[in-house]
Write a new protein. Structure first.
Length: 209
């Protein structure tokens, strides 16, 4: 019921091979894919609330509409490709700047960092809504790892942007902190790679036969 993986057999596995959900999250289905096992995990219907409270908090119905919109238009996969594509370029430009002493590469890295800073909040919000709506906020190792990687990426990009803004010479040739700066970028790159791998496993793993 979490990732859509279908197991063939009389008994479900102890753990889903894709999303690591426990045995209790499996339901029995017929040959047409219809459930023949009652499930207590299906979310209950939220009451429709028309007026937004004075504190500005969105009512449950509005949140569901937002999540439906995100899922219908695949906004999270669309948005997440921006940081996934730019972060390797950022780290490459940072390394080439240090090795080749080309100042324009340092500027290019910073401009790309700025783009990632702007896009990451949208990536994280749409990711949360997809986790909530599609995966029922499943608390498994896979989702925990993805969330941790997202937080590492967001924290890293904020550090890189803030440090570079405060001290434009942080990655200059004579700077004693340039390798620390690059190391943060490398940590961010590893986190992006892990998150991308887990995302691919989640999306395509259930299709493997």
């Amino acid at each position: 019921m979490v990732c859509g993986y279908i197991h063939s057999g009389n008994e479900p596995p102890e753990q889903c091979p894709v999303c690591k959900a426990p045995k209790s999250k499996f339901i029995e289905i017929d040959e047409q894919g219809n459930s023949i096992t009652p499930s207590s995990d299906k979310p209950s219907q939220q009451p429709q609330v028309e007026n937004i409270p004075p504190d500005g908090t969105l009512p449950p119905a509005s949140k569901d509409k937002m999540a439906d919109f995100v899922l219908r238009h695949h906004l999270h996969p669309i948005l997440v490709h921006t940081p996934n594509g730019l972060i390797p370029v950022i780290v490459l430009f940072m390394l080439l700047h240090i090795v080749l002493h080309i100042q324009d590469l340092d500027k290019a890295a910073f401009y790309n960092i700025a783009v990632v800073v702007l896009i990451m909040p949208a990536v994280m919000v749409t990711g949360y809504l997809e986790w909530k709506k599609r995966y029922n906020k499943a608390k498994t190792v896979l989702f925990f790892a993805k969330i941790c990687c997202s937080l590492v990426v967001f924290a890293s990009i904020l550090i890189l942007a803030g440090w570079r803004f405060i001290n434009p010479e942080v990655a200059a040739q004579g700077s004693s902190t340039k390798w620390i700066y690059v190391s943060i970028g490398l940590i961010m790159l590893v986190a992006v790679g892990i998150a991308g791998h887990l995302g691919g496993k989640l999306v395509f793993g259930s299709r493997e036969k």
